[in-house]
Design a protein around this ligand. Structure first.
Ligand code: TRP
Length: 76
């Protein structure tokens, strides 16, 4: 109890349009949405992968920065 790893790396998502959704998907054998955060243009979310979140889906136009690099969603 109370021994969570808070040192995981952060990733950054910056919305390039209104209504971008950042969706957290659960860790473990049951992969489902557990949280959806709506960002409007210019808003930034800074988050980590945690014991609850193993994957993130970004819906809409955004810049996504991780330790693996930067990518823009919705680009050809
Ligand atoms: N309660 C969630 C968690 O600890 C919060 C969270 C962390 C989250 N990273 C996220 C929600 C990424 C959505 C997307 O896992």
């Amino acid at each position: 109890m109370g021994c969570k790893d808070t040192s995981a790396e952060f990733f950054v998502i910056k919305a390039l349009e209104d209504g971008v959704n950042v969706i957290g998907l659960t860790r473990g054998s049951d992969t489902r949405f557990h949280h959806s955060e709506k960002l409007d243009r210019g808003e930034v979310m800074i988050a980590q992968f945690t014991e609850h979140t193993s994957a993130v889906k970004v819906r809409g136009k955004a810049i996504i920065q991780t330790s693996h690099g930067e990518i823009k969603s919705m680009e050809e």
